[in-house]
Design a protein around this ligand. Structure first.
Ligand code: DC
Length: 226
């Protein structure tokens, strides 16, 4: 069904985008692309190379010389930074904040948006992030905005981090998520916003299966199969 669609999903941190996008991609046989992981990989590179984000020339040079790639993997997707699998390393709370910080820099966004547009050009993709419905694929056939209460999002992120062996408290996570929400939705370049033509899904009381079903229902309707 609808083999060539672009399904664009945006929403704040831990709103259920990744789990839903992965399941939808799996059901449709589509490619899943996690754009947040690309910003995280860029942030990791800056951190490892000790590049200050206020040194725009150094950031520009780094961006130019960096290769970021994603491939389908056992956990949905694997992220490679200059050929090295960094899928786990980019998941720490520190890298979450660092990714939010580096994502405010336009030169970084420009490079990653171009890469994401190339990755999704042929359709058959589920791409999730903060600016997919507004900047990367504003003409996507399916546009979704996912949201959930902050306490629910912090709980989910805690479980996810525990599963990866990363230690954190619920209170700390709530604070970090609130900080990221505010930075991601108030930055000057491509802030997180819900477009009027997006299907809004509040995931606070939904199971992953129910979340995915809402998106799949929209796909069926678009494909004229409902
Ligand atoms: O989805 P995530 O939590 O892994 O994203 C990490 C950060 O990357 C997020 O706080 C903001 C930034 N980001 C962005 O600016 N644009 C995207 N399309 C995806 C993520």
């Amino acid at each position: 069904m609808g083999k060539d669609m672009v399904i664009a999903i945006d929403g704040p941190a831990a709103s259920g985008k990744s789990t839903t996008a992965k399941l939808v991609a799996q059901r449709l046989g589509y490619l899943y692309i996690d754009t947040g992981a690309m910003y995280r990989a860029m942030a990791l590179k800056a951190f490892l190379a000790k590049i200050s984000l206020s040194d725009i020339n150094a950031v520009a040079k780094m961006v130019e010389a960096t290769v970021i790639d994603q491939k389908p993997g056992p956990d949905g997707v694997q992220t490679f930074l200059d050929g090295r699998d960094v899928s786990l390393e980019i998941r720490t709370p520190e890298m979450s904040l660092a990714a939010s910080d580096i994502s405010t820099i336009s030169i970084v966004r420009k490079r990653l948006v171009k890469l994401q547009q190339e990755m999704g050009r042929q359709g058959g993709v589920v791409m999730e992030g903060r600016d997919i419905t507004t900047v990367v694929f504003p003409d996507a056939q399916i546009k979704v905005f996912m949201k959930a209460s902050i306490s629910q999002r912090a709980k989910r992120r805690l479980e996810e981090l525990k599963g990866k062996g990363i230690d954190c408290s619920l209170g700390e996570l709530e604070e970090q998520i609130a900080e990221r929400d505010s930075q991601d939705s108030q930055r000057a370049d491509s802030p997180l916003t819900c477009t009027p033509d997006s299907l809004v899904i509040d995931t606070s009381d939904l199971s992953i299966e129910q979340q995915a079903e809402k998106v799949l229902e929209a796909v069926r309707q678009k494909a004229g199969m409902a």
